[in-house]
Design a protein around this ligand. Structure first.
Ligand code: 5GP
Ligand code: ZN
Length: 113
């Protein structure tokens, strides 16, 4: 999608600090980190969010989670980490391209706000 921020990052039209990439997935550092490690994992193909995924997207969703685990390992998050998907207005989603947040480097609070 031409006017999508993360599609533009995937296309190389906007810069990002990449930490992982494969054929279907890109991971890059969040521009406003809320933890010492804050990486976004996105599908290269545009999806508005988790709610826009269908059963046929299950392999891609699996690849996103697998990439999140790889990022956590590469970032040395042996003490643990959190993977978050914000969906829609009540979920706090602000960018309309599906993304997983990988947060680590400090203890997380529960419940989230
Ligand atoms: P959401 O609120 O949709 O779950 O998460 C969107 C995330 O994208 C936020 O954490 C925000 O800081 C991050 N973000 C917004 N614009 C940019 C950008 O241009 N580059 C990067 N790397 N992250 C961004
Ligand atoms: Zn997009």
């Amino acid at each position: 999608m031409a006017d999508c921020l993360f599609c533009r990052i995937v296309a190389g039209e906007l810069p990002a600090r990449k930490v992982y990439e494969d054929e279907e997935v890109l991971a890059f550092r969040d521009i406003q980190p809320v933890a010492p490690v804050h990486v976004l994992v996105v599908p290269k193909r545009h999806l508005d969010g988790l709610a826009a995924a269908g059963a046929e997207d299950a392999p891609l969703l699996g690849r996103l989670l697998d990439a999140a685990r790889r990022v956590a390992e590469a970032e040395g998050l042996a003490e643990g980490y959190r993977v978050v998907v914000n969906q829609g207005r009540h979920g706090g989603q602000s960018v309309g391209h599906l993304h997983l947040h990988v947060l680590g480097g400090r203890a997380m609070q529960w419940p989230p706000g």
